[in-house]
Design a binder for this molecule. Structure first.
Ligand SMILES: O=C(O)c1cc(=O)[nH]c(=O)n1[C@@H]1O[C@H](COP(=O)(O)O)[C@@H](O)[C@H]1O
Length: 244
């Protein structure tokens, strides 16, 4: 059974907001809870490194979700720049392949070697987006087989490239841990408390099921950030996660 602090430290709240002001307004309500925040494309493209630094100064651990997917040289430089921002975790697309993922890890090593940072952020790979259904995977993307097979393929590749973990849905966590070991980190969006809108996600579980399935981190956006009282929404989720 999880304590409340343990549960909170597993939650990454996705601050998908159009500007720093609205993101920081949500962050203010989460302050002191012990949760992480995730800065993704919408917020970073609008507010840039300044909002990352502001969130960091408010004591949050930060997942910078920019899902890099480019040639290895570009990703290496991008990873070096991200590492220098002092974030705790960032991601790349597994679909970029082994050399690209290894380049991301190298960019982090360079930031360490030059003394720009003293602690390396974790780097993880997106396997198959949690909005991707089996039908989309097979018929649109053109990858045959099950979603789990595709996820495991990228998880193994990410591990070979020296990354610390992957993004997947909680439904694939057990298979990832079996293939890559229990220490290989799983970060899982696609979290929907009972009764909340699934929206564009397809591979979803409740927060409690995600915990029971063994995930390390739960990425939760709209169920918290679109609530009229985000702190209360977080509180309800934490209660569900800690019930014995
Ligand atoms: O890398 C991610 O964070 C990510 C990967 C993925 O497969 N699915 C996914 O939803 N995400 C992110 O997780 C968050 C989920 O938000 P909600 O659907 O609002 O809970 C969003 O910020 C997405 O960008």
């Amino acid at each position: 059974m999880l304590t409340r602090d343990q549960a909170a430290s597993k939650i990454m709240v996705a601050l998908d907001k159009p500007d720093a002001k609205s993101a920081l307004a949500v962050a203010e309500q989460l302050q002191g809870s012990g949760c992480w925040v995730k800065v993704g494309m919408e917020l970073f493209y609008a507010a840039g490194p300044a909002v990352v630094k502001e969130l960091k100064s408010r004591g949050f651990r930060i997942f910078l979700d920019l899902k890099m997917h480019d040639i290895p040289n570009t990703v290496q430089g991008g990873a070096r720049s991200i590492a220098r921002l002092g974030v705790d975790l960032f991601n790349v697309h597994g679909a970029g392949g082994l050399a690209m993922m290894a380049a991301a890890a190298k960019g982090v090593s360079q930031a360490l070697e030059t003394g720009d940072i003293d602690k390396a952020p974790m780097v993880i790979a997106v396997t198959q987006l949690t909005s991707t259904s089996l039908q989309v995977l097979n018929e649109e993307i053109g990858i045959s087989g099950s979603v789990e097979d595709a996820v495991i393929h990228y998880a193994r590749l990410a591990q070979s490239a020296g990354l610390q973990g992957v993004v997947a849905s909680p439904l694939e966590v057990a298979a990832i841990k079996k293939a890559c070991g229990s220490g290989f980190v799983t970060v899982t969006p696609g979290i929907r408390p009972l009764g909340s809108d699934v929206g564009d996600q397809t591979r979803v579980t409740t927060p409690r099921d995600a915990v029971d399935l063994g995930t390390d981190y739960l990425v939760i956006g709209r169920p918290i950030t679109a609530a009229s009282r985000p702190a209360e929404a977080l509180d309800t989720i934490l209660k569900e996660m800690t019930l014995s």
